[in-house]
Design a protein around this ligand. Structure first.
Ligand SMILES: NC(=O)c1ccc[n+]([C@@H]2O[C@H](COP(=O)([O-])OP(=O)(O)OC[C@H]3O[C@@H](n4cnc5c(N)ncnc54)[C@H](O)[C@@H]3O)[C@@H](O)[C@H]2O)c1
Length: 480
């Protein structure tokens, strides 16, 4: 693991930023004041200067933006202007990161009937080849042309090449989380709409760069973040009822993400760097650790329900029970302290292979809410309600499905609805900008992660302004 570093800002006795040729020097740490509700805390994020990669001189924001625009070849403009497309036409999508989630997200985007996959980018040729084979077959059935090999980009610069490909409207970012701020910045600089998977970053400094991309996209581009739970019809309906007061005054809650261990291929014949990237789920620096990479879905739901981010967190965790040689934790136990003295206990695992269970409950003066990925979505008490769409309706059958495990999944419609909402935002010109919301959830998790690593209680403002910066130490040019 030589060369992998986690650097902490002043709040955590920071060693200086290493002067290596990392990509992060190219990205701005600008002063931010994002628009939108609850974004006030974000304006206190670390303020900084951009460093010229060649000279080491500091650049002002205006100078940086001018250079970025010149490098991209044009200023940011809406793709329908660039490509002369009209509303209701089909969007051309470029997939950056041809792995499992990219395949799923692209398939859902194609499933909207309003988007085609036209370009691919990845570090590795085998991923490009398997994706082309899969999507050529899928899209042929719809009468779409095969993916043009001229729009297939491989290697460390592939993210820039796909971002600047002129026949692409939308960049789908499904690379490992560590790369998201860099890849997002390139896509936005090139004037492309973006669907970026969660988490938006692995460290607070990455969050600052993401917010900068959010500001640059504002009003011009849709910037969607992969929190599809927010579009799942059972959850949308339940949260609507909670926001209308169905629970009375919310006092406390609990959330859990009990997942199994991801048993990834061993990759015995590749270099240590390649193995780390292929198996990035085992790497703290590339994934952000399980709290930021996986559990974030539930923390995002808690923020959604409580319409706030936690103010502080106290957490613990360890690698106990993990057989892999990586460095991510196998479990976390967290107490999140939200405004109005609402406390949320959260537990997660990524060990064993016995059973998944993901869910959350909120306790209020007039009722209790309950939700699961698979299981009841309900409110008990004065304003009792149960999601019945596609699920058993009688109490008897409810009891039966709880014990038999035979029920429909509450997330079935989450991705299709999310993708439709995204493409419609582009085609209608009513652009989404979820950068600040996605950063808020990422920072909430980073705060708890920092608490678990140090044993100290950590506050939201402290993590947001920490300047904490993670550097993977991998020279991607070896994959040219
Ligand atoms: N929203 C969800 O429910 C959900 C579910 C699963 C994964 N995800 C997220 O999706 C993202 C991808 O996860 P995955 O399971 O598809 O991972 P994966 O390993 O299957 O795919 C990642 C792909 O990115 C490529 N890649 C790695 N580094 C690259 C680089 N620098 N440039 C270009 N390509 C690079 C890899 O070769 C690989 O093909 C992650 O952020 C993950 O957290 C979201």
């Amino acid at each position: 693991m030589q060369g992998r570093k986690i650097l902490f800002g002043a709040a955590f006795s920071a060693p200086p930023h290493p002067a290596r040729g990392g990509w992060r020097k190219r990205l701005p740490r600008s002063t931010l004041s994002p628009k939108g509700a609850r974004a006030d805390h974000l304006s206190t994020l670390a303020k900084g200067k951009i460093v010229d990669e060649n000279t080491g001189n500091k650049l002002g924001r205006r100078e940086f933006m001018g250079r970025a625009a010149a490098a991209a070849g044009f200023m940011i403009v809406a793709p329908q202007v660039v490509r002369g497309t009209a509303a209701n036409s089909s969007l051309s999508v470029g997939m950056l990161g041809c792995g499992n989630r990219g395949t799923a997200d692209s398939t859902y985007l194609i499933g909207t009937g309003k988007a085609r996959l036209v370009a691919l980018a990845d570090l590795f040729q085998d991923k490009l080849d398997s994706s082309k084979a899969y999507f050529d077959n899928l899209q042929q059935k719809k009468g779409y042309a095969p993916i043009d090999r001229a729009l297939m980009f491989r290697g460390p610069k592939a993210y820039e090449e796909i971002a600047n490909a002129k026949d692409v409207d939308v960049i789908l970012i499904t690379t490992p989380p560590y790369f998201h701020p860099q890849h997002l910045a390139a896509a936005v600089a090139a004037g492309k709409h973006v669907y970026c998977e969660k988490p938006l970053a692995v460290d607070p400094q990455g969050c600052t760069w993401v917010l900068d991309s959010g500001r640059r996209a504002e009003g011009r581009l849709s910037l969607e973040v992969g929190f599809q739970l927010r579009n799942a019809p059972p959850l949308v309906e339940q949260v609507k009822r909670i926001h209308a007061g169905a629970l009375g005054t919310i006092v406390s809650g609990e959330g859990h993400y009990y997942a199994t261990w991801p048993n990834l291929p061993v990759w015995p014949k590749v270099s240590a760097d390649e193995r780390m990237i292929r198996n990035w789920y085992y790497s703290r620096i590339l994934s952000g650790d399980i709290l930021v990479e996986q559990d974030i879905h539930i923390i995002d739901v808690c923020n959604w329900i409580l319409q706030a981010h936690p103010l502080k967190a106290q957490a613990t965790g360890s690698r106990k029970g993990r057989p892999d040689s990586g460095d991510v934790y196998g479990h976390y136990s967290v107490v999140f302290y939200y405004p109005n003295s609402v406390s949320i206990t959260f537990g997660s695992t990524q060990i064993g292979n016995a059973k998944w269970e993901v869910g959350w409950r909120f306790f209020g003066t007039e009722g209790i809410s309950e939700a699961h990925y698979t299981g009841p979505v309900a409110i008990y008490g004065k304003n009792a309600w149960q999601w019945t769409g596609g699920q058993p309706t009688s109490p008897a059958s409810t009891q039966q499905f709880s014990t038999s495990g035979v029920f429909s999944d509450n997330l079935t419609q989450a991705d299709p609805a999310k993708k439709m909402s995204f493409v419609d935002s582009i085609l209608s010109g009513n652009y989404h900008n979820q950068a600040a919301q996605g950063v808020e959830s990422a920072l909430s998790c980073m705060m708890a992660r920092r608490s678990a690593y140090t044993g100290e209680e950590v506050g939201y403002e402290a993590i947001a302004t920490s300047g904490e910066h993670w550097e993977d130490g991998i020279d991607l040019h070896q994959f040219t």
